[in-house]
Write a protein that binds this ligand. Sequence first.
Ligand SMILES: [Zn+2]
Ligand SMILES: [Zn+2]
Length: 91
Amino acid sequence: MIYQCECLFKTSERADFIDHLLEVFDPGPSDLGTDGQAHTEMAGPGKRMCSCGFTAPNWPAAMDAHLLAAFVTPNGIGTDGKKHATALPAG
Ligand SMILES: [Zn+2]
Ligand SMILES: [Zn+2]
């Protein structure tokens, strides 16, 4: 399966696609999501959660989905000013 972003980024790896989205929608040092809360991975020994209190039932898939939901802007415009996919492809 090929995952293609609206910016034309293309990969056959779902993980690479997620990395791409997390990169272009990364709010920077503030870690502030579109919901106004800071989200950052707080993985430690026996502890895998987000700074907002979210606990990922499976890692890293659920955490990635959580971060994307928090960071992807409604209009899909990333920090580079280009439009990117706003939803994860199925699979
Ligand atoms: Zn969070
Ligand atoms: Zn893109």
